[in-house]
Design a protein around this ligand. Structure first.
Ligand SMILES: O=C(O)c1cc(=O)[nH]c(=O)n1[C@@H]1O[C@H](COP(=O)(O)O)[C@@H](O)[C@H]1O
Length: 280
């Protein structure tokens, strides 16, 4: 399969620089006139697929909201991932996995192997057990043409406690994560692969300052726009010279426009207008 970074660059070029989250909060289910149950979850997801599948570059189902309904919720997630892919969107499973390497291998197979019912184009992972513990996911993604987004500097205020801590060499933990991802992408580039690597980082749109992203050569997911207070201007400021690698994520701010598919699509179009500068 074409490497994820290349497929992503292509999708952003065709559909515009946006990742929309499918975050079925119980409050949103109620606001959409749906039950806080598996049927409500399934209908919510169907409407999202209809609204975003054929227009948005990347759609990011938040796995937690599906897991909350047990195995039936996971079955909805399987269907949603498959339907989004069929409609032409890239699917980023927001699972934020991270564990010792041998267990990480099982997580990697779940989200990144060709044979899995939950296979997605990319998955979010947490480097808290050490960057090296992510190797099974990074290796499998490279082998199957999929992508990995590693949490570097997250959008929540608590994130700074660890992520801004400094190592002996003076770099912040967030910077080390970015640098490790950059090293992975540079290996791919010497193999003659895509301009945009397949190992991305997550940098919150709510931050005052981003880590140095100059050598990353990979995608930068920026969640925190809208409901968490981040704005398009914040994205512009944090993106610096890396406009073409940035993918802002918006979940609640778009989802609040539902349940009408037309209204959801209009919310996407409005949001994309605000990010037109990312295409220059
Ligand atoms: O990995 C993520 O997507 C993520 C990282 C981060 O630093 N902050 C963050 O908000 N997210 C996710 O992005 C989504 C943001 O949702 P809204 O605040 O509703 O736009 C949620 O699904 C979060 O779990």
């Amino acid at each position: 399969m074409t490497p994820f970074g290349q497929r992503l660059a292509d999708a952003l070029g065709r559909r515009g620089p946006l990742c929309v989250g499918i975050d079925p909060h119980p409050g949103l289910l109620t606001a959409w006139g749906l039950g806080d149950d598996v049927d409500g979850l399934a209908r919510f997801s169907e409407l999202c697929v209809e609204a975003f599948g054929d227009t948005v570059a990347v759609v990011k189902p938040q796995v937690a909201f599906f897991e909350a309904y047990g195995s039936a919720g996971l079955a909805v997630l399987e269907r949603t991932i498959a339907d989004l892919g069929e409609a032409g969107a890239l699917v980023l499973a927001d699972a934020k996995r991270g564990d010792i390497g041998s267990t990480m291998d099982a997580y990697a197979r779940t989200w990144l192997s060709d044979g899995s019912a939950l296979r997605s184009d990319a998955v979010t992972v947490s480097p808290y057990l050490g960057f090296g513990s992510l190797a099974p996911a990074l290796d499998l993604a490279a082998g199957t043409g999929r992508g990995v987004f590693v949490l570097a500097a997250t959008s929540n205020p608590e994130g700074a406690q660890f992520q801004r801590a400094r190592l002996d060499d003076g770099r912040t933990v967030a910077q080390v994560v970015v640098d490790e991802c950059a090293a992975r992408n540079s290996v791919a580039r010497t193999d003659g692969a895509a301009q945009l690597g397949s190992v991305g980082v997550v940098v919150g749109a709510t931050l005052t300052e981003a880590p140095d992203l100059s050598d990353l050569h990979g995608p930068i997911l920026m969640p925190g726009v809208g409901a968490q207070g981040g704005t398009a201007d914040d994205v512009r400021r944090l993106a610096g010279d890396h406009l073409r690698a940035v993918v802002p994520n918006v979940s609640r701010d778009v989802l609040r426009a539902g349940p009408s598919v037309a209204d959801l699509r209009a919310a996407v179009a409005r949001t994309l207008d605000g990010f037109a500068f990312l295409m220059n």
